[in-house]
Ligand binder design. Structure first.
Ligand SMILES: NC(=O)c1ccc[n+]([C@@H]2O[C@H](COP(=O)([O-])OP(=O)(O)OC[C@H]3O[C@@H](n4cnc5c(N)ncnc54)[C@H](O)[C@@H]3O)[C@@H](O)[C@H]2O)c1
Length: 410
């Protein structure tokens, strides 16, 4: 029997990551029975591009009532995830939530309580775990290649295309995205939590807005109609068709339907209202004793990350670049330094969406259950542990003090 899915949040991710594969790739095992969004134009585009007529709702409760899904997929802005997760579980369905599961501890608690109350299940889609290079890192570390893990250094750089994009729309408001320490770093924190198989205990962070925000006089409300369009390096023409995700069209998805909800996808990255950081440093102590230092900068020239893991038997080094000259390398390397010498493991680069993470996750999600020897499918617990490092980081930035995860959870 086909599994019945409903989708709430029909933006770039909802359409490209979930609706599209269900309809096009998994029609034998999955059916998209309902879609919900506040913007009817975006839902009409979804049906148009997929050549289907999935019933569309602006009322979530009506969608649940009328379509009777088994599982609801949640791909709305982050601060709304918990609300839709709880309502989904209470309707007797399972929930699949995009990352981050939610943005703060109170909302994590609401999700845990709803799971307990209803016996239904939340899955968080951490596509990073499915990237072959990351999966290999997990395999190598789990094999004990560098012994017991003592410390981790993760340095993450967002470039001036992708990084700037978080300052153009809802992500730039901390109350909606949790800031980049939640919205973006949840991927990185989950990766480290999963790689070292440990839980965070205490977090200390610093953060500031140094590059975007009200930093230059040449700015306006949005790129469309901006008098600095010809000279601003951040000018972004939302009306031009542009591929996002799997061949989606930014103009259709956002510009042509913006009159319906006032969601402007091209707001100025130098706006006053930006209240998230673009420069963040954080330290974490784990329950097993490991320490992590982490940095995220959203204004770099190239995009990618470097990772160092120190263990009792050696050191592991890894790096992955998404833009700039190093991005073109056909393989990604894992280097292990031990007293006896150095070993290099090369992993072929997968150039499909999100480094091959997306379609591998689809297989697990829609064509499963399948054996999961690396534990790549993530529960609400993993969703909370990664989001809470960011939430604790936000609290630490606010107070200047270290924050214990258990104190946040109560
Ligand atoms: N795993 C990844 O690599 C990845 C990549 C991109 C986005 N995401 C996540 O996917 C989610 C969606 O991101 P996106 O880029 O598609 O954003 P988006 O802005 O393109 O889409 C969000 C959609 O939610 C709709 N929406 C807003 N409020 C709503 C409400 N109250 N009820 C119903 N619908 C509502 C909007 O109209 C919009 O269509 C976010 O949680 C984001 O963190 C994950």
């Amino acid at each position: 029997m086909k599994k019945r899915y409903a989708l709430v949040g029909c933006g770039g991710r909802g359409l490209g990551m979930f609706a599209m594969p269900i309809v096009r790739k998994y029609p034998a095992v999955a059916e998209l029975v309902g879609i919900c969004d506040t913007n009817t134009g975006r839902m009409a585009y979804l049906n148009r591009i997929l050549g289907c007529q999935v019933p569309a709702f602006t009322d979530f409760a009506a969608m649940l009532r009328q379509t009777r899904p088994d599982t609801v997929i949640i791909a709305t802005p982050d601060a709304l995830h918990h609300e839709f997760i709880v309502r989904t579980l209470e309707a007797g369905c399972d929930a699949v939530s995009e990352k981050p599961m939610t943005i703060d501890a109170e909302k994590c608690r609401a999700i845990f309580a709803a799971e307990k109350r209803t016996g239904r299940r939340v899955t968080v889609t951490f596509n990073v775990r499915f990237v072959p290079y990351i999966a290999k890192l997990r395999e190598v570390l789990a094999s004990g290649a560098i012994g017991k893990i003592i410390s981790v250094d993760l340095n993450y750089q967002l470039d001036r295309q992708h990084g700037a994009d978080y300052f153009r729309r809802w992500h730039r408001r901390k109350e909606i995205s949790g800031g980049l320490l939640v919205h973006k770093s949840t991927h990185h924190f989950d990766m480290v939590n999963w790689l070292i198989a440990d839980d965070p205990l205490v977090v200390y962070a610093m953060g500031s807005l140094q590059f975007y925000g009200p930093k230059r006089p040449e700015r306006s409300g949005r790129c469309v109609g901006c008098q600095y369009a010809k000279t601003c390096e951040f000018y972004f023409d939302i009306r031009q068709p542009m591929a996002v995700g799997e061949m989606l069209d930014n103009a259709e998805l956002y510009a042509n339907v913006e009159h319906l909800d006032g969601y402007y996808r091209d707001q100025c990255v130098f706006a006053d209202e930006i209240n998230i950081e673009d420069t963040m440093n954080l330290t974490v102590r784990y329950a097993g004793g490991a320490q992590m230092s982490y940095s995220l900068n959203a204004h770099c020239i190239n995009e990618g990350w470097t990772l160092g893991v120190n263990g009792t038997a050696g050191r592991l080094e890894a790096e992955n670049w998404y833009s700039g000259p190093r991005a073109k390398n056909p393989t990604r390397e894992i280097t292990i330094h031990r007293p006896s010498g150095t070993e290099v493991i090369a992993v072929p680069l997968d150039t499909t969406a999100h480094g091959g993470g997306d379609y591998r996750l689809h297989e697990m999600l829609f064509n499963g259950p399948k054996p999961d020897p690396l534990g790549q499918m993530a529960s609400s617990r993993a969703g909370a542990m990664s989001c809470l490092i960011g939430a604790a980081g936000n609290e630490s930035i606010r107070t200047g003090l270290p924050v214990w995860i258990n104190d946040l959870l109560g």
